[in-house]
Design a protein around this ligand. Structure first.
Ligand code: FMN
Length: 239
């Protein structure tokens, strides 16, 4: 399959065969992460390859009780890492300021782009993957569990493994039409009619789909916790 067909066909996979992923395959995925574009070629990220089943189980609980994380053959936590270069600057005799939000921004971009390279490489190798955004919840527990530093912030978690037959059969969720997300030259808010048409094009009835979705996602307890936790993660970035 060529790259374009693979990008179009990829879908999230949340259930895996209990078939181990060979070590050389995992190394290839990690090499693909390292080969991703990175601001100033700094690689402002760290990857924690979680192999201990007890740590996987704790991560599943921290991430809004998503049990499938504990059963995933590969669990990778991508950190925006503003510590490693800070230490290098200090070691080289510079007097570095604390990292600021700009530093955090490029580190976060680096981490996510590296993760997406893993997602694409995994698909090409017959593996499924799923992002877990809830990794930014419960800061205090995660800091303890992974030994995080004040300048290492989780960006995302990826679970990976060989997909079950049921997961292979599952349909990839539809996307909004391009007209709803692509703008020419300047951003323009959608009109009410365009909004409804965008949902209809995805097969979702606006009036019955959006209100419960708002309650379940936007107004959810998990999102409130993500926001609380992110504020705490970013408080030390005063530079
Ligand atoms: C930033 C981000 C966070 C996500 N967090 C979760 C998550 O916590 N749990 C989960 O099951 N899927 C999660 N996903 C996967 C999305 O639900 C999935 O990508 C989306 O429904 C589209 O489906 P597809 O990936 O199969 O095309 C996340 C995806 C992204 C990009």
């Amino acid at each position: 399959m060529d790259t374009i067909s693979q990008l179009l066909a990829r879908k999230s996979v949340r259930r895996f065969l209990q078939k181990p992923v060979p070590e050389d395959v995992k190394q290839t995925l990690l090499e693909c992460a390292a080969a991703a574009p990175t601001a100033g070629n700094q690689q402002l990220y760290a990857v924690v390859d979680v192999t201990d089943p007890a740590i996987k189980a704790e991560l599943a609980d921290i991430c809004d009780h998503q049990g499938f994380i504990a059963d995933a053959p590969i669990v990778l936590v991508f950190l925006a890492d503003c510590r490693r270069w800070l230490d290098a600057y200090a070691l080289a005799g510079c007097a570095p300021r604390d990292p600021g939000l700009g530093d955090y921004y490029i580190a976060f971009c680096d981490a996510l782009i590296a993760a997406q390279n893993v997602v694409v490489a995994a698909h090409a190798l017959g593996l499924g993957s799923c992002y877990i955004g809830d990794i930014v919840e419960n800061r205090e527990r995660l800091v303890d569990l992974l030994g995080l530093d004040e300048f290492t912030v989780p960006a995302t978690l990826l679970v990976l493994g060989y997909p079950t037959a049921q997961q292979l059969r599952r349909r990839k969720p539809a996307r909004f039409p391009l007209a709803a997300v692509v703008h020419t030259d300047r951003y323009r808010r959608l009109t009410p009619d365009e909004q409804k048409a965008a949902f209809a094009a995805k097969g979702e009835a606006f009036d019955t789909f959006v209100p419960p979705f708002c309650r379940r996602k936007y107004e959810s307890a998990f999102m409130a916790e993500m926001t609380r936790s992110m504020r705490a993660y970013l408080a030390p970035f005063r530079g």
